[in-house]
Design a protein around this ligand. Structure first.
Ligand code: SF4
Ligand code: SF4
Ligand code: FES
Length: 551
């Protein structure tokens, strides 16, 4: 339907409220308590505007829906006066402790003060003191003095997490947000309350005081905590990651993510295998990438094509790493392929899946494409030499009896201590790569960490270096090449290039399940993101000119 915002004609959806209708032409109606995915509370009064339906009165833009021909005025003197009045009320008891507040730089109160208020305080009495630093739960801390009582957090817990763990207590200017006696805010989705709190009242205990928000770079990526593959932003400075925040994808995670996923970035910072090394125990030494690859080639070459050689691929590997591992396996004549990964964990009916790996589906698709049978790592007895791409889920007792063990590994652990050669692997958050989630959605990630850590490189590059060392004429030279090697063999990916995967991913038709968890976001039937399979072209190989690769 047609409405008019400050005289400009807008094509609005009948479900739009006045805030959303105005947003369609870039007119910002300010708001604190409204959130597009929560019920309307009409609490903050910041969104009041004038309409042709109620001349001389202000109406809440969050609550009032559009109707044909409605005229909306967002800049009248009455609207402006209300905005200044609202800001003054919201700031009456605010401590103005922006200098020590983590929300500083991404705070609606700060932004709106500059845009709609900009007047000195007229309060000449003491401000109301309220509880500060109240620990609500494992991830969330509350500062009542900064709270503007928008109730977004309460509504999120009631309506989205469906675990009503927060409430408003007390009255008037003494109102507070509180947990219930003896019951902390321990929902698996508690971190989202911090994201939607428009001010610095709820803060993430993991991120608090770690960095100013304007010092970090923000990049789109995909969470590696489970097979949902929630779309996220990774924030980092140098080679250190600071936090993950949800990125909107209505068919995967809407605008939410779980607390466990939020903390997965720590594995990118902590206990990293930074330097390529050879030797075990006392003989262990960092030798640089070239010599480490040479040593690995020296160990592998005599075994090539003789049987007894296995390749282990973790479900934490990217599609590109899996494809390169299968190419290398074919060159070495590997006889067994093992699928490792993190052990299963808890799940629910919303976002959290029991498979705690981001790419089990992708590695399985790649194995299918390369005609390889994946086995469980408990069958490692069948080989005497193993090359592992990432080390999750490998049984340590069986590794100890191997004659040759080479690990491409991201983190130091008991498994890397057993390896004769360790090649440091970049985390998914450090790579341009792709993953396939539990329901068959191919998703792209971009390097969220700009600076490299030690000798670390993507797993596909270590595989390519080994292929080159072993005498291969053709090997992937980029993540795009490795993806293309897979795309040429998989009917789901025919003709696709890594750089052409849409930002919000593609669903591989035929890979979708018939059963869905009750509240899991999903693509609707016939959604444009669904891609039908087509047979791969058998005439193309990696390295062929005709493949259109970047070599
Ligand atoms: S804690 Fe934040 S989200 Fe909750 S009511 Fe206060 S300002 Fe709103
Ligand atoms: S639900 Fe899974 S993918 Fe999403 S944030 Fe949590 S761990 Fe990460
Ligand atoms: S956004 Fe409308 S009253 Fe708060």
């Amino acid at each position: 339907m047609k409405v008019f915002v400050d005289g400009a004609e807008v094509e609005a959806d009948p479900r739009d409220n006045l805030i959303e209708a105005a947003r369609r032409i870039g007119v910002a109606i300010p708001y604190f308590c409204y959130h597009p995915r929560l019920s309307v509370a009409g609490q903050c009064r910041m969104c009041l505007v004038e309409t042709s339906d109620a001349p001389g009165r202000l109406v809440p833009g969050c609550q009032v829906r559009v109707k044909e021909g409605l005229k909306i005025v967002t800049t009248s003197p009455a609207v402006k006066e209300n905005q200044r009045g609202c800001m003054e009320f919201h700031l009456i008891n605010h401590p103005v402790d922006c200098a020590i507040c983590d929300q500083s730089g991404e705070c609606k109160l700060q932004d709106y003060y500059m845009e709609y208020d900009h007047q000195p305080s007229r309060i000449r009495t003491y401000k109301l003191n309220k509880p500060k630093r109240e620990v609500f739960g494992p991830l969330v801390v509350y500062d009542a003095e900064r709270c503007i009582m928008c109730t977004r957090c309460v509504r999120f817990m009631d309506e989205v997490a469906q675990e009503p763990q927060l409430a408003v207590v007390q009255r008037g200017s003494h109102s507070l947000i509180a947990t219930f006696p003896g019951q902390p805010l321990d929902s698996k989705y508690s971190g989202n309350t911090v994201d939607i709190c428009p001010v610095g009242a709820l803060l993430n205990r993991d991120f608090r005081f770690q960095s100013r928000v304007w010092f970090v770079n923000k990049s789109p990526t995909v969470c590696t905590g489970c097979s949902t593959g929630c779309n996220v932003y990774g924030e980092s400075r140098g080679n250190v990651m600071y936090r993950l925040l949800p990125r909107r994808n209505e068919e995967v995670n809407q605008v939410w993510m779980c607390d466990e996923g939020r903390l997965t970035y720590h594995a990118t910072n902590d206990s990293r295998t930074e330097w390529a090394r050879t030797g075990k125990g006392d003989a262990q030494q960092s030798v640089g990438p070239r010599l480490a690859v040479e040593r690995a080639v020296e160990l592998l070459k005599p075994l090539a094509g003789k049987g007894g050689l296995g390749i282990a691929i973790s479900a934490q590997c990217t599609n590109e790493e899996a494809a390169a591992a299968f190419l290398l396996g074919a060159q070495l004549g590997a006889v067994h392929y093992y699928l490792g990964g993190n052990p299963p964990g808890d799940h629910d009916e919303f976002l959290i899946r029991g498979d705690k790996n981001p790419n089990t589906h992708g590695v399985q698709l790649a194995a299918q494409a390369f005609g390889v049978q994946l086995e469980e790592p408990k069958g490692l007895d069948a080989v005497k030499a193993l090359l592992a791409f990432r080390t999750e889920g490998l049984p340590i007792d069986k590794l100890q009896r191997l004659e040759v063990f080479i690990a491409v590994a991201q983190n130091e652990n008991a498994v890397t201590a057993e390896a004769q050669v360790v090649l440091p692997c970049q985390s998914v958050y450090e790579q341009d790569c792709s993953l396939v989630n539990w329901y068959g959605r191919l998703q792209r990630t971009w390097a969220a960490v700009p600076a490299e850590r030690g000798d670390s490189a993507p797993g596909w590059r270590w595989a390519a270096d080994l292929m080159k060392g072993l005498g291969a004429a053709s090997f992937p030279k980029s993540a795009g090449d490795a993806f293309e090697a897979l795309a040429q063999k998989s009917m789901h990916l025919t003709g696709l290039k890594l750089a052409e995967i849409p930002d919000d991913g593609l669903v591989l038709e035929g890979e979708m399940p018939t059963q869905w968890p009750a509240r899991a976001p999903r693509p609707g039937p016939g959604a444009p993101s669904i891609r039908p399979p087509s047979p791969p072209r058998p005439d193309l190989r990696v390295g062929d000119e005709a493949s259109g690769g970047s070599r």
